[in-house]
Design a protein around this ligand. Sequence first.
Ligand code: FAD
Length: 489
Amino acid sequence: MKKKIAVIGSGFAGISAATVLADQGQEVHLFEKNEQIGGRARQFGAEGFLFDMGPSWYWMPDVFERYFERFGYHPRDFYDLKLLDPGFSMVFEGNEIVDVPANFEDLCDLFESIETGAADALRKFMNEAAYKYEVGINDLVYKPGLSLGEFADFKLFRDVFRLQVFSSFSDHVKKHFKHPKLVALMEFPVLFLGAMPEKTPALYSLMNYAGLKMGTYYPMGGFHKIIEGMAQIAKDKGVNFYQGEPVQQLEIAKNAVHHVSANGHSMDVDAVVGAADYHHIESKLLAKPYRNYDEKYWAKKTFAPSSLLFYLGVDKKVPKLKHHTLFFDNNLKQHSEEIYVDPQWPKKPLFYVCCPSKTDPDVAPEGKENVFILMPIAPGLKDTEAIREEYYHILMERLEDFVGENIRDHIIYKRSYCVTDFVNDYNAYKGNAYGLANTLMQTAILKPRLKSKKVNNLFFAGQLTVPGPGVPPSIISGQVAAKELLKQL
Ligand SMILES: Cc1cc2nc3c(=O)[nH]c(=O)nc-3n(C[C@H](O)[C@H](O)[C@H](O)COP(=O)(O)OP(=O)(O)OC[C@H]3O[C@@H](n4cnc5c(N)ncnc54)[C@H](O)[C@@H]3O)c2cc1C
């Protein structure tokens, strides 16, 4: 018999969970706090520019394909995917640039030109990483992480050394490469997982495989196109969307949610998938006796960074900028410590600049440039207009020095976004941007549980539970939560 299920949140995880549930014949109601769907992947237009608010790196195209194919579609039914070449550029001290080519043999040549023997080292590194990717992305990430038993027959146990679950990613990279530029280039992909390379298991060299071997893509029209495609399928399957309707309370009886109150809506339900920030659902929507975790638990967790972001419209072209440019011209260790060890505003920040108008004519008026700047920071930092402005000038000075021309006088649109906005817009714990970091102690069964321990029909999805932060993991998370819920209906 059809059950009535509420899903909280319209990010990748929420839409994915809702679609799987509706596809299996359930009646699904998806509540979104904001007027626009998409969560961290929302988009806004201003002065003729179209800004993606969050994700900009499209890695692991197979995960997107697998998602769309389960409903009889292909990503190309909703957006054109463009392979970026170079995939990205890195700027080192003295404005020295390394362009990372899309073609793997060209990348090997680049490595060899920087360090003798590095091409073979890279091939060996990538062969191992390919195996980890196959096991990790096709198998490990689809486990709900509810008990160790799930892994009993799994390669993880048989192959624990090959998968390098317990060794450090940083040591793994340094065994293969010595030159600081190559070390930085190889360490960069795991920064997406939200922790320092020293604290990240070497298993995650699968990220290098994803980013450096499979390629960096861009969905034409921006990341919101993915959300639009996913939402279209959800609606076709019958999911009811309620936008601008934050869920305010989950009412419990006999250890089950039986009622959901959202702005203006009150609904009896048979089950709930909480795909908004986990901490918010537990601490704000559930009464204390029904929470899995207390504040002390959350305070001890390693969160992925928050960010200071700038969305800029520039009234001219900036020839030297590429689609993705990473500024690694300062010390990564120092900035990382200011995020994870001793949280504070960074003294000499590293940052990232995205210029999607290099690839996509629809995101900026002709002859103009769409520029997005991201500086990672510790979650929970005090965020004021004055601090944002101070960093705006620090970052712009560095950017202008690199491109060799003035940009600030050519800004015709400017919007900043930081900790307070993440809290206000997404109910994000400490204003985190990308959820919980994938450290060894926060992997699989050690992550916040996908199923409530105290409320039988409450499941969680999204970047704070399994498998972790990022667009592909969030899409997977929704599917896994829906599958577990369906098992018990
Ligand atoms: C600046 C930035 C850059 C990023 N870059 C990349 C990248 O390049 N590549 C990549 O793969 N990933 C990237 N990420 C990470 C990726 O965007 C996220 O991991 C992913 O979008 C999270 O999806 P989600 O569904 O878990 O959460 P969200 O997108 O946050 O969705 C949760 C939704 O729940 C809603 N909500 C909250 N409270 C309530 C309530 N009470 N009632 C109803 N709704 C509620 C929120 O409004 C939100 O819409 C980036 C993230 C940020 C912020």
